[in-house]
Design a protein around this ligand. Structure first.
Ligand code: ADP
Ligand code: MG
Length: 223
């Protein structure tokens, strides 16, 4: 398991409205590594996370995940790669309101129905780890903010991703809930041995990660 981000550039717009968001960003993380990315609002943190998560290609530069260069894959294979290798957690939980907690966690497995894995058992196990075994049949609206984010962690981990990408995962939670949700995130990361990247405004959260980076003026620097 490894991640290599090599000299990424990204612009939005063109001509007099050109915004150079990333101006040569590089980063390397090996198995089990965990990093925080901080930086002012609008500095390109989400843009960088989207590129690492293979959701949006860079203008130039390379992303190499486990030795593979996903942006060289044609679209249907890229989507499968993303689904298999990358887990996302956003500031908003992005759970589907019409489905139960258990069903929400199983959604990323729908593409892999026929491979014989017992996804439901894994979903139940993850939901137990995040302390929600008693909420399997509840809908997102019946949960607290912290509980919804716990479901989002379980969903992000269901396919055993090599890479877990979190964009302000505690940004909408009160301080105490944010702390406990962050502790859970670190526990899950250690157990699953994935590579963890957390974008956060919280110095407290960033301080709990082994490596801290700052994105500013399109450049990523280690703190
Ligand atoms: P952060 O997550 O650090 O707050 P973002 O990555 O969301 O910052 O945005 C960085 C800059 O890129 C901002 O100036 C934003 O307006 C711009 N930007 C982001 N996405 C787009 C897009 N799809 N089209 C045009 N500009 C964008
Ligand atoms: Mg952002």
């Amino acid at each position: 398991m490894s991640l290599q981000v090599d000299n990424i550039h990204k612009n939005f717009g063109s001509d007099d409205r050109l915004v150079e968001v990333l101006r040569g960003v590089s980063l390397e993380i090996s198995a089990g590594g965990a990093v925080a990315i901080m930086g002012p609002s609008g500095s390109g943190k989400s843009t960088l996370l989207h590129i690492i998560g293979t959701l949006d290609p860079p203008i130039s530069g390379k992303i190499i995940i486990n030795g593979e260069e996903p942006f060289l894959l044609p679209e249907p294979e890229l989507a499968r790669f993303r689904n298999r290798v990358i887990g996302f957690v956003f500031q908003d939980h992005h759970l589907l309101p019409q489905y139960t907690v258990l069903e929400n966690v199983l959604i990323p497995t729908l593409a892999f129905k026929q491979n014989g894995e017992d996804y439901e058992a894994r979903a139940r196990e993850l939901l137990e780890k995040v302390g929600l075994s008693h909420r399997l049949d509840h809908r997102p609206a019946e949960l607290s903010g912290g509980e919804r984010q716990r479901v989002a962690f379980a969903r992000a981990l269901i396919n055993k991703p090599s890479l877990l990408l979190c964009d302000e995962p505690t940004g909408n939670l009160d301080h105490a809930t944010a702390n406990s949700v962050a502790s859970l995130l670190f526990e899950l990361h250690k157990e699953e041995q994935n590579i963890l990247i957390v974008v956060t405004h919280s110095m407290e959260l960033a301080g709990r990660l082994e490596n801290k980076y700052r994105l500013s003026e399109g450049i990523l620097t280690k703190e």
